[in-house]
Design a protein. Sequence first.
Length: 348
Amino acid sequence: MSLVRPISQTILAIAFAFFVASIFILLHHSSPLEVYGALYWYGLGSWFSFSNTLNAAFPLVLTGLSASIAFMSNVVNLGQHGQFLWGALVCAVLGVYLKLPSWLGIPALAVLGGLAGAAWAGLAAFFKRKYKMDEFISTLMLNFLAEYMTLYLATYPFLDPKAYVPSTRLIRREYFMTNIFDVNVAFFVALFMVFLCWWFVWRTWRGYEARMMGYNKLFATVGGCDVETDTTLILLFTGFLSGLAGALLILNGTQHRFTKGIGANFGWDGVMIAIMANNGVFQTLFYALFIGFLKNGAVGMEFETSVPSEFVLFLQSIIVLTLVGTRSGLASLTDWLRAKRELGKLVK
C-alpha cells in the first residue's frame, strides 16, 4: 500500500498535467500528439536521446539529493544554487592550474568542488551554531552572495581574455570526463551518490538521527540525539552534494569552463525535485530523470513544432501542484477518517 499510493499519485499528476497542457496546446493551434511525440522522441526515442537525457539529469540528481537529505532531516538548506556555483568555480580554476595525471586530477577536482560547496554551506552551519540564525534565511541569502562573488572572480581575476562572455579559461584537456556508451561518467558518479545517500540514511546511526530530527527535533533531542552536530553535518554533506554537481558539470559539460549563467536553475530545480519526491532518495532519482527528460526533449519539441521549449516549465508547475496537492489532500483525508474512527470507538 505504501508503494502503490505514491505511484498512483505520480501517474495521476503527470496525466493531469499533460491533459491540461493539451488544452493550451490546442489554443496555440498546435497538435498535442505532435508536440508530445517530439517531446518523447528527443527525450527518450533513441539511444542518443536517452543518453543525452541521462547526461542532462545528473546535476538534478545531485542537487535534488542535497535538498531531499536536508528536508528529510528537518534542516532547511535552500543554498543549492550558491553551493553549486562555488563547486563549479573552484573546479574550473583549479582545472587550469592544477597539474596532475587524469586518473588523479579528475576525482581530485570533483572532490575539491564538493568541498567548496560544503564550505559555503558551512557558513550557514556556523551562523546556526554561533548565533542561532535560521538556516532558511542564511542559506537563501548566501545564494546571492555566491552568484555575485563567483561572477566577479570569473570576470576579473580569472577571466579568459579570448572569451566572448565572462568566463574562465578552459580546463586542461586531460581533465575532460569521458563517456561510456554515450553516457558521461558524471551520471554514474551521481548514481553512486544515490546509493551512498540511501546507505547513509538507512544504514548509519547518523542517518537514523537525521530521520528522527525530521520527525520531531524535540523528540530527537530528548532521545539523546546530538541535534546541533547533526544539523551541522547535514548542512556540510548536502553542500558537498551541490558543490559536486557544479564540479562535475565543468568536468563533463561541453564548455569545460565557468561562464556567466552556468548555474541555470539546477539548484532551484533540485528543491522542486525534493518536494516532488517527498524527500525520498530513490524517488529523487526518478523525478530528476523525469525533469531531465522534459528539459532534453523540450529542445527538440521547439525545433519540430511551434511550441517554445519554455512550455515544459508550465508542465512542471502543474505536475508539482497536482502531486503535492493530491498528497496533502489524501493525508488530510486519511487523518480525518482515522480521527473519526477513533472517536466512534470512544463514543461506543
